[in-house]
Design a protein. Structure first.
Length: 208
């Protein structure tokens, strides 16, 4: 008795590109929606690596406030001479107020001020101007860039004092040409008063 076994040929040819995993053998990773590389580490965003620092205006000036009552106190104690113009140099040397870029004259304690003064500052409030002039004094607002201010405060460090620079921007030129602000460039001011703290020409220092 002979039995013949026959093997049926596959209807589809086997090929590598036809191989597939069994159903359910692989599972997709869950994404939780928390940004790049969520749940799997990832890199720190550049916005956190390099925080914003903001724009710094190199021309911006930080003016320190100076009130009238403090000026009168320094006059009373002999640390300021009201018979001479009070410039930023006198303010600095008397330690009336510490500053880097300049001084803004304010009217706090205006009723305390009783001495006529001539004062040169970077800026002055309307009320401060009114009080000083009511006593027969004078307020003149004078511009100093950093080089001119350094030469004014520390002249011994210069063989030749530099010529003071004029205001650099249109806004500053307008402010220092305004007679209402007592700007030193206003014709109403410059025709009757010449600031002692502003060098209109280079000045050669006398040798010791």
């Amino acid at each position: 008795d002979s039995t013949v076994f026959r093997v049926a040929r596959p209807t589809l040819a086997l090929a590598l590109n036809g191989l597939r995993d069994n159903r359910g053998a692989r599972k997709l990773k869950k994404r939780v929606g928390r940004g790049h590389g969520s749940g799997h580490g990832g890199q720190t965003p550049l916005t956190q690596v390099f925080p914003k620092r903001g724009f710094k205006n190199a021309l911006r000036r930080e003016l320190q406030p100076l009130n009238l009552d403090r000026i009168q106190h320094f006059i009373n104690t002999g640390r300021l001479d009201p018979s001479k113009p009070i410039t930023l140099r006198e303010i600095y040397r008397s330690n009336l107020v510490r500053f880097t870029d300049g001084v803004s004259l304010l009217a706090r304690g205006s009723h305390v001020l009783s001495t006529p003064i001539t004062i040169e500052v970077s800026r002055a409030s309307e009320a401060a101007i009114k009080r000083v002039e009511a006593l027969g004094g004078r307020v003149v607002c004078v511009y100093h860039n950093r080089l001119a201010l350094r030469a004014l405060l520390h002249p011994h460090k210069f063989a030749v004092l530099p010529k003071s620079a004029m205001p650099m921007t249109a806004k500053l030129r307008k402010a220092y040409s305004d007679p209402a602000r007592r700007g030193f460039l206003a014709p109403e001011i410059s025709q009757v008063y010449t600031p002692t703290s502003f060098n209109f020409e280079r000045v050669e220092q006398a040798k010791a």
